[in-house]
Write a protein that binds this ligand. Structure first.
Ligand code: C2O
Ligand code: CU
Length: 573
């Protein structure tokens, strides 16, 4: 509950969020959960003890590559069995440098509070941008999240199509914020997050987009340009922008110079796209040491925001030309050596992944065909699944990493190999096998008709080089689809650029556009590749990139928990 007095700026150890009462799932009684801040190469051991009644979970370490620790990736039924109530699972991994985060990878728990930051620092000599900042403080991590006023399960029950694009009530910055009731105009007086800087110094900020709904978040800091130096844990050639639009799962590191008059300045995070309807935003404060805590300027509102200037990640996705008002992610330049072989050769494996939604009628549930449970009426329906390459992903009954023999082979499928009775609504465990060390190119094609939605896809286990993104160059083509993308590719029109392409692990596919990325498949394992919107994981916007064979994986430790179906012969006495 909100602090009853008016000491809005006091620091509070209890969970206040935006001051509106609701139940949450807390990790170590904190929101966000504890920040893991370690050094590159550190071995990290985390015991996750599940104290939730009747609920299970796993935790994923988003951005940690899990080389040699594939069973610690935290994907239920892919790299482990979910942790049951009362059980403890010990995750162990080696830290690769960068700004990352951890979150529940089960159900909708992330939206109820199960997330926190991971910062893996490295010696300045290893960061090509270390000369650009004086400080990299533990207190300058900026975790953006979205917040509901009810349990996520209540807001997003089942696969109702009406769940699509549901706006959160507000955003939080490091778990803090205020909420203004749109009807009564009553505003809670919970504390806003305050970031303190000292005049004359340069600070590295580490921003993490931990939103779970479909809103892109736009971050702007009054009077302070942002020198972007890294994304998704990987350094880029510095670029000065004024506002950063980020998508669920992305991280952006930037440097701020404390060169303005001593005072307090607004930090504004706005929800964009489908989230514009509720005009959801949140504020925080950039405060100069020994200055006031409260900015002099009027707080920016959703409609009269802070001046935007140069935007990173423009939603129009005009990314094939340099422009003065915006920078696209594919125009960032990798600040580390690029594996040239990856870029010059023809890829060994090329995967086109168109994705779209499919609407169906729930009254046609429970058809007797195992793989054809949702028969689709021609007119659509009020429930929704997502198709990637015409397959809606379902998790297998046990994790293939440890129990491959317990999964019926017909459970798995891919574009060339679908179960015989798979119709327009094919549901199976989409798994693409990739030989170890192959050079892989993935082309994501957004066939979704709804406007305003740019789906951010996240690949576990890797960073990849983004070599192209945009919309169709053909003026008369409004809606891109697989056929058109293949045609563009044949004509060499897929906007590929091989000059220091940036490394990312999460990339938003422009609405009605495409993304092309490449990586060398040198990390064996079962890696989930999925849209990072929470509800879209639930409706099947996932697949597994399976790299190498079982023999390439480290042995499974004795006692690794098992799960799966139990179907003995029926005995009637
Ligand atoms: Cu941050 Cu598989 O997700
Ligand atoms: Cu999506």
């Amino acid at each position: 509950t909100p602090n009853a007095t008016n000491t809005v700026w006091s620091h509070c150890q209890c969970v206040l969020a935006d001051g509106v009462e609701r139940g949450i799932i807390a990790v170590n009684r904190m929101l966000p959960g504890p920040s893991i801040q370690v050094c590159e190469g550190d071995k990290v051991v985390i015991d996750v003890h599940n104290m939730m009644q009747g609920l299970e979970l796993t935790i994923h370490w988003h951005g940690i590559h899990q080389r040699g620790t594939q069973i610690s990736d935290g994907v239920p039924f892919v790299t482990q069995c979910p942790i049951a109530e009362g059980n403890t699972f010990r995750y162990q991994w080696t830290a690769n440098a960068g700004t990352h985060f951890w979150h529940a990878h089960t159900g909708l728990q992330k939206l109820d509070g199960v997330y926190g930051s991971i910062v893996v620092r490295q010696p300045p000599s290893l960061d090509p941008n270390s000369h650009l900042y004086d400080y990299d403080l533990t207190t300058h991590v900026m975790l953006l999240s979205d917040w509901l006023h009810e349990d996520a399960q209540e807001r997003f029950p089942g696969r109702l199509a009406a769940n699509q694009g549901q706006d959160p009530e507000t955003l939080l910055i490091n778990g803090k914020g205020q909420f203004e009731d749109p009807n009564t105009r009553y505003r809670t007086n919970t504390p806003l997050e305050i970031f303190t800087i000292t005049p004359g110094r340069r600070y590295r900020f580490r921003m993490i987009n931990s939103l779970a709904t479909v809103c892109p978040a736009q971050l702007t800091i009054q009077g302070h340009p942002l020198v972007l130096i890294a994304t998704d844990g990987e350094p880029v050639h510095p670029v000065v922008v004024n506002t950063i639009i980020s998508f669920s799962g992305e991280r952006y590191d930037f440097v701020i110079t404390a060169d303005q008059p001593v005072g307090a300045y607004w930090i504004q995070a706005r929800g964009l796209g489908e989230c514009g309807t509720k005009r959801v935003q949140q504020l925080a404060v950039l405060r100069y040491a020994r200055g006031p805590y409260q900015p002099q300027a009027q707080a920016p509102t959703y409609d009269v925001g802070l001046p935007q200037g140069v935007v990173l990640n423009p939603l129009d996705a005009i990314c094939n030309q340099p422009r003065n008002d915006a920078v696209c992610v594919n125009q960032l330049k990798n600040a580390k050596a690029v594996d040239e072989g990856l870029l010059q050769e023809r890829p060994d494996v090329k995967i086109f992944l168109p994705f779209r939604f499919l609407f169906y009628r729930p009254e046609e549930l429970f058809q007797p065909h195992q793989y054809n449970r949702y028969l689709v009426a021609p007119g659509g329906g009020d429930h929704v699944i997502s198709l990637v390459d015409e397959i809606s992903f379902v998790f297998p009954p046990a994790p293939p990493i440890s129990q491959l023999e317990d999964i019926p082979p017909e459970q798995f499928c891919n574009g060339d190999n679908k179960p015989a009775n798979c119709g327009r609504n094919c549901e199976c465990t989409h798994k693409v096998d990739i030989p170890l060390n192959a050079v892989v190119e993935v082309v994501l094609v957004d066939e979704v008709q709804s406007p305003n939605l740019s789906h951010p896809f996240h690949l576990h286990g890797y960073s990849f080089n983004v070599v192209g993104m945009g919309r169709s160059p053909d003026k008369n083509v409004k809606k891109i689809n697989l056929k058109h993308a293949l045609d563009l590719d044949r004509r060499g029109l897929l906007n590929r650029q091989f000059n220091l392409p940036p490394l990312k692990d999460t990339i938003a596919v422009p609405n009605n556009g495409y993304v092309v990325f490449r990586f060398r498949a040198d990390n064996p394992g079962y890696w989930l590749f999925h849209c990072h919107f929470l509800f879209h994981i639930v409706i099947g916007m996932n697949l597994i990139l399976h790299v190498g064979t079982q023999a390439d994986l480290p042995p499974i430790a004795p006692g690794f928990p098992t799960c799966g179906d139990f179907r003995p012969p029926i005995e009637i006495h």
